[in-house]
Unconditional design. Structure first.
Length: 55
């Protein structure tokens, strides 16, 4: 009974880690798209006032 519980616990941990990593990839992709849109759609020529972010 104990080995079965250990195996189920390992499967749950691996499934949770895989889901979290997949979610992190989606978040990273969304942030990249937002950064590219902000970089491409900024107004002004060479001034930092046209940017919607500080860095």
């Amino acid at each position: 009974m104990v080995p079965l519980l250990v195996v189920l616990l390992i499967v749950l941990l691996l499934f949770g880690a895989g889901f979290a990593l997949n979610l992190l990839w989606w978040i990273a992709g969304i942030v990249l798209v937002l950064w590219l849109l902000g970089f491409l759609l900024r107004s002004g020529s060479g001034t930092s006032r046209g940017r919607w972010y500080r860095w």
